[in-house]
Design a protein around this ligand. Structure first.
Ligand code: SF4
Length: 952
């Protein structure tokens, strides 16, 4: 059954529910879609958390609950396009586009060899898409150069797992957070990046008052809301911290000797490496820049509790020594026997919805398929035989950063990018853009038209999107869930797996790429996972010839290969490895290594010697600040989906630079001012120039800066975090050092700032907007789409003739015009037949923050056919008379702003609960609760300060 979101309201025949999975983060929450079956096709009418899904039990964060707002067909790619000889993209038929790709691939392989062809994939793809891409490129095209944006996310954890356990296996389940005595969050702002998991942890703490939570992070984040102990470590000192913990455990006899002796190897070497540095608490505290008593408390808690979960994420992985940091954590768990038990284990949380699925099928350049690598003895023969693949490469290909370097050198002549935006997300993004521009054949499969990478495409393939496509994803706890398709893809958009299969067939591999649908692909993937798998469960009941190679691997879902179409459609979430119990039922595996048997040749886990390293991006006089990058609460990746929801745009409407007050003061920067972050290359030339609004934060360490990773050329003039970073990577995992840039911050000089609100049809095209900004001598802009208007924040030099600019660029002269000499402001508005078409406020003085209008109220004015005289009179003021501005959006669900919240607190609502009762903020998805709590605490501390001043 297919559904549509378009068309006139049909006569309703029936209402149905379909369970699917959220397409954003690695928590992998279940979502229930309610849809109507109507004459003109089914349509989604509501969306909620799936109460039966074991990842979230009905919860959704603000991003998940806004999913229905992102499903508009507007801004979708709808037709294949090919760039012609004149460089113009033209719509073509699918046959033309696919034939062109197959022909060019075959010709390039013939002329230059298969290694001149590459693919760059994404953790947003479904497992079936991923599987087929891997099979096509590695098995049949014959190139090893297939990698994924998951390289930027968790590649270091993958290698750390393999080194320690012999397999990329996450031991824990989410329920372990609920049965732990101690949960350590390290390099993870769970509250913003995995909000539903944070809510589960928060609830666990309420249910079990003995549960302790430690947060280890250079920044005080919203995750600290539930912390019993916070360690604000120096960036990059994690390996030193956990090496110190290993030494502390050994010195105090707090290891599990029996476990170490019976089930592990390498303890002595790991301890020796840890002890190369001074392991006194004072020395470790100094090196990590933390208070010695807090450090000892953490060590004491870790060593005295058995049920400890250490949850780690990009703060550990995105480093030139991320793999070692992961192993330093795992070493401590192995030394204490703290894994394979309820509430115990090192727990890597993935960023993307299907990063884990990509790892299962071999989406990384060093992998083959089904959890086998090139260097796994017998694996290449096994995969080649299973696929009947003629061209499987001999060894691994380029990892993401290396791949784009090879592209820049001209070694790669054709690149297929699927469901990702490397022109924004990779480090050294200017070099990445040059490499893309140089490549003779760039193919981009995507569903949206505002990906920066599309500018470099020679072939564009429109892809189906979430709620249109069918398949599976695997979340951070190894749980495979179905994403189910309902809606009809717009125009001629087609599924990714279909695009890949068609190219495979057109290259002459008809038999290998003839699939009836994702179900058939999934079955093949499941079968491969059990094929000649030497683990006892996989071998059970199967006859295997001794002459043919067997490879022992934990990843085994072969019982799912027996699922028919209906069984696949009905598949309920299940954790791998999957087996059948004595009754023949399908059973998943909640926790790994409960029998303390690992996937290494001798079955023992390995402790790995770790030598702590400093970040490789060097601080200098020209770049004295350590740059940290990361996600924010309401945005996802490069905003191509979340920016479609107006309410998600309002939490942090513009890119920003989070800075300690001391650093701001030293540079004469104030909260709300515009500033530039500059990074430099080895020759001292400017590598990146990031422009954003200063946000002074007491949670930021002095000497360090945080910026969000999401903004791109569609939403800001200079908002790409990747442009600031050098492409330095971990030697084992190839993961870039995105948490440790080196920058300087300076004020952005401008002579005016403006807020411009436009009806969406004005300046609709990118080129029209670029021309208008150029005419202004602008040095900064940010675009903030709203439901009824598009808001721009602008800054620039000179003294533009605004009246003329409005006439020429907006095409509608001002009906209302006023100059406020007190505030040195100019205000204007243009109307057509009583309807507001544009609204402008310009501050004519400096780059300091200036007063924002009430955008919510103005949005209503834009939606009103005939403005009443009273509203017209208030237009230039930017707010209805007597009404204050709501301030920055805190509660996206109920659209409650910071100023409204602070006013309510000052009026007596001094708890989060009473604020919820009055304003409804924080009462739906709960994502804003940590911020609400922080604002309450800030207001209370102001109140205490005021009172004590009065008393003094
Ligand atoms: S936590 Fe939020 S973004 Fe992540 S899967 Fe759940 S609903 Fe989606």
């Amino acid at each position: 059954m297919r559904a549509t979101t378009e068309g006139a309201t049909p006569s309703v025949k029936a209402t149905h529910c379909t369970a699917t999975t959220c397409p954003y983060c690695g928590v992998g929450c279940g979502v229930t879609l309610e849809w109507e079956d109507s004459e003109s096709g089914p349509r989604i009418v509501s969306l909620a958390g799936d109460t039966r899904h074991p990842a979230n039990y009905g919860r959704l964060c603000v991003k998940g609950s806004a999913l229905a707002e992102t499903l508009s067909p507007q801004g979708r790619l709808t037709h294949p396009q090919v760039r012609d000889a004149a460089g113009v993209l033209r719509e073509v038929s699918w046959d033309t586009a696919l034939d062109l790709i197959a022909t060019r691939f075959s010709a390039l392989r013939e002329t230059h060899g298969a290694e001149c062809i590459a693919a760059y994939l994404s953790g947003q793809l479904l497992t079936e898409d991923y599987y087929l891409a891997n099979k096509l490129f590695k098995g049949f095209v014959g190139t090893p150069h297939l990698d994924t944006n998951s390289r930027l996310c968790m590649a270091s954890a993958v290698v750390a797992h393999k080194r320690a356990f012999g397999a990329d296996a996450v031991p824990c389940s989410y329920e372990d957070l609920e049965s732990a005595e101690l949960v350590v969050l390290v390099g993870s702002n769970l509250a913003w990046n995995h909000p539903v998991l944070f809510q589960r942890l928060k609830q666990a703490r309420i249910d079990n008052p003995l549960l302790r939570i430690v947060v280890i992070d250079p920044r005080v984040t919203d995750s600290c809301e539930i912390a019993d102990l916070y360690l604000g470590v120096r960036p990059g000192s994690d390996a030193r911290l956990f090496n110190g913990l290993l030494a502390y455990m050994a010195e105090r006899g707090r290891m599990d000797r029996l476990y170490l002796e019976a089930h592990t190897q390498g303890f002595d070497a790991a301890l020796k490496a840890a002890k190369v540095d001074d392991c006194s608490l004072a020395a470790i505290a100094r090196d990590c820049d933390v208070d010695v008593e807090r450090l000892e408390t953490f060590y004491y808690w870790f060593t005295t509790q058995l049920h400890v979960v250490t949850l780690f994420s990009q703060g550990i992985n995105q480093s030139t020594s991320g793999t070692d940091k992961g192993n330093a954590i795992i070493n401590c768990h192995l030394a204490g026997g703290k894994l394979g038990l309820p509430g115990a284990g090192p727990f890597s949380i993935t960023g993307q919805p299907n990063a884990m699925g990509g790892r299962e099928v071999g989406g990384l350049a060093n992998q083959l398929a089904a959890h086998m690598d090139y260097d796994t003895p017998g694996a290449r023969t096994l995969v080649s035989e299973f696929w009947q693949a003629p061209n499987l490469p001999e060894g691994p290909g380029h990892k993401a950063v290396e791949m784009f370097a090879a592209l820049g050198r001209g070694e790669i002549q054709a690149l297929w990018v699927m469901a990702t935006n490397p022109a924004v997300s990779l480090p050294d993004s200017e070099a990445v853009r040059s490499a893309l521009a140089r490549c003779p054949l760039v193919i981009v499969s995507d569903c949206v038209s505002d990906s920066d990478t599309l500018a470099y495409a020679d072939v564009i393939l429109p892809a189906s999107s979430w709620s249109e496509k069918d398949g599976t994803v695997t979340n951070s706890e190894r749980r495979i869930s179905r994403q189910r398709g309902l809606l009809v893809p717009p125009g001629e958009a087609r599924h990714d797996w279909w695009q890949l299969a068609e190219v495979g067939k057109r290259m002459g591999y008809e038999q290998a790429f003839s699939y009836a649908g994702p179900h058939a692909i999934f079955r093949e993937h499941a079968r491969l996972s059990g094929y000649r798998n030497a683990t006892p469960r996989a071998k059970a009941g199967k006859r295997m010839s001794d002459e043919l190679p067997c490879v022992k691997r934990l990843f085994n879902i072969s019982p799912l290969a027996e699922l028919g179409c209906q069984g696949y459609d009905d598949l309920i979430p299940i954790q791998w490895p999957v087996y059948r119990n004595a009754q023949g039922d399908l059973v998943g595996t909640r926790r790994l290594f409960e029998d303390a048997t690992f996937n290494t040749p001798n079955g023992r886990a390995r402790l790995v010697p770790v030598t702590p390293q400093q970040p490789h991006q060097q601080l200098s006089d020209a770049a004295p600040l350590r740059l940290n990058t990361g996600r924010i609460r309401d945005q996802w990746h490069t905003m191509t989906r979340t920016a479609r929801s107006a309410r998600l745009m309002n939490h942090r409407a513009e890119p920003y630079i989070e800075l300690h007050a001391r650093d701001a003061q030293a540079r004469k920067l104030e909260d709300g001012m515009l500033a530039r972050l500059l990074s430099r290359d080895a020759r001292g030339a400017i590598r990146g120039d990031y422009r954003a609004r200063v946000h002074i934060s007491s949670g930021q360490r002095a000497g360090e800066v945080f910026i969000p990773m999401h903004w791109n050329d569609h939403f800001a003039s200079h908002g790409r975090a990747g442009a600031l970073l050098a492409g330095l990577t971990d030697p084992f995992s190839g993961q870039p050092e995105s948490k440790h840039g080196a920058v300087e911050v300076i004020a952005l000089e401008s002579e005016w700032q403006a807020t411009l609100l436009l009806a969406p049809e004005l300046l609709g095209s990118r080129s029209a907007f670029a021309a208008a900004i150029e005419a202004l001598d602008g040095c900064y802009w940010a675009r903030i789409p709203q439901d009824t208007l598009v808001r721009y924040q602008l800054a620039g030099g000179g003294q533009p003739d605004w009246q003329r600019w409005c006439d020429e660029q907006l095409g509608i002269s001002a009906d209302l015009w006023g100059e406020d000499t007190t505030h040195k402001e100019l205000r204007a508005a243009g109307l057509v037949e009583g309807r507001l078409k544009w609204w402008l406020r310009v501050a004519l003085s400096s780059s300091r923050e200036f007063r924002q209008p009430n955008v919510a109220w103005l949005g209503e004015c834009f939606a009103t056919d005939q403005l009443a005289p009273r509203e017209r009179r208030s237009l230039l003021a930017g707010r209805p008379s007597g009404q204050a501005d709501a301030g920055a959006m805190i509660c996206a669900c109920h659209q409650v702003g910071e100023a409204t919240i602070r006013n309510a607190i000052q009026a007596g609502d001094t708890t989060v609960e009473s604020l919820g009762a009055r304003l409804a903020c924080g009462t739906r998805c709960g994502s804003c609760l940590p911020e609400l709590k922080r604002i309450v605490e800030e207001e209370r501390s102001h109140e205490r300060t005021d009172t004590s001043l009065e008393m003094a």
